[in-house]
Design a protein around this ligand. Structure first.
Ligand code: ZN
Length: 163
């Protein structure tokens, strides 16, 4: 993944926007099931994603960004589930947190792979910074998972999604 700086920034903005949208959905979902604590966490994550997007936009300034035709880093529901199933499934706070965590890990791994492969020093530097930020998100979600009651049926009992 050897991106030019504008390509990289365009991906990073798209990823933050995607994360912001998903967190808002999760926050609303938790709220409608009266899980205010986890809802508040997701609202914070929503805000952080928007803040991060805005700071990337500032970095972009007047640079023209390429339009992304398609990109691989949209959030994923577990592969064995359709979207409707996933919704029911994520009503459990634990599963919602796991879902968010899996996607944060993907974002972190994406940024790390860019750090490793990019030939552009600025892309490398920014990707390293973003990877560290995603790692903080993963850690925050881990903390919450540690405090959240596991439902009787969890991803732990399912084969771990490998892709
Ligand atoms: Zn994140």
């Amino acid at each position: 993944m050897s991106y030019t700086l504008p390509e990289f920034l365009a991906h990073a903005i798209a990823m933050e926007e995607e994360a912001a949208e998903r967190y808002l959905e999760l926050a609303d979902m938790m709220e409608s099931h009266r899980n205010d604590e986890v809802s508040a966490l997701f609202r914070d994550m929503h805000r952080y994603s928007l803040k991060h997007r805005d700071s990337i936009r500032e970095r972009v300034g007047s640079t023209e960004l390429p339009k992304l035709k398609s990109w691989q880093y949209r959030w994923r529901t577990p592969p064995e589930m359709g979207d409707e199933d996933a919704f029911d499934y994520m009503i459990e706070a634990y599963n919602a947190l796991k879902y968010a965590r899996a996607n944060e890990v993907r974002a972190m791994e994406y940024y790390r792979s860019v750090t490793g492969e990019s030939g552009d020093a600025e892309v490398k530097r920014l990707a390293g910074e973003f990877a560290a930020e995603e790692q903080e998100h993963v850690e925050a979600l881990d903390e919450w998972l540690g405090r959240t009651t596991r439902p009787s049926q969890t991803w732990e009992q399912d084969p771990e999604p490998t892709r």
